[in-house]
Ligand binder design. Sequence first.
Ligand code: NDP
Length: 279
Amino acid sequence: TQPYQNNNNNNNRSTSLPEFSLQDRVILVSGGARGVGLTQAEALLEAGAVVHALDRLPEPGQDSDFARVAARASAELGSRMRYHRVDVRDQKALGDIVGGIADTEGRIDGLIAAAGIQQETPALEYTAEDSDRMLGVNVTGVFMTAQAVAREMIKRGQKKGSIVLIGSMSGTVANRGLICPAYNASKAGVLQLARNLAAEWGVHGIRVNTLSPGYIVTAMTASLFDAVPERRTDWPDANMLKRLSYPEEYRGAAVFLLSDASSFMTGADLRIDGGHCAW
Ligand code: NDP
């Protein structure tokens, strides 16, 4: 596996395509405490957004990556990031928190719904509770988060908004040597959920798309590698670039989907999987 390297040493030339700007946009990121959600939150802050992160644990401590990003936002980026503790399965709590953010900020411009869970269990051993938990977070939780955000956008007559649901390549392919039927079903559900929300809310100017990553090196995959170390070499072999990906490699896609650069894109899936092509 080749580690991802950012070889952009073009530091003295800044890009300033206005359609990619998120200046002063108010964007919510569920699952924003760590991993993909936090990395994307930092990209949005760099593009000028005000970010409200939603996650289910108490606010991460001073030594956390979250605290580092929040401090950088106010000290260097001229923006800010706030934390809100909520379980995305709790429709009432979500409505209260999202409504409160909209009241304080005056609007909500976008959402990245990245909160999600993974569970590897053979299909014959799955319990109904296991399946309910998976679909409850990854589908219903994502749905309720999008609903709470769209409700505020529509109520305020904004006529514009962008919602990005984090799917997965696992929503359309089975994974080599990874047995997680309910996870893959949940991600397929996210794709179809997004298309339907896009169809229903397009009349309000709200765009809904999915971003479907391949394997990313995060806490979620760390446990899968610990369980079967051969996966570190086996999984890269299943894509054209022959490596795993890193959360930073999805930053640009997040900014693209949330910004006016994708203004005519809705009901679509942006799949970024290194050309995954093998079972
Ligand atoms: P992480 O586990 O690192 O981060 C997910 C975050 O979501 C955690 O902070 C988690 O909190 C939070 N979360 C989970 N359940 C809830 C809930 N009910 N309410 C609120 N917050 C919750 O995962 P990743 O960053 O790797 O994944 C982010 C998204 O990307 C997920 O949707 C995942 O399915 C998707 N994805 C990931 C891939 C990968 O290879 N890593 C590949 C393709 C898609 P807690 O710590 O309490 O669990």
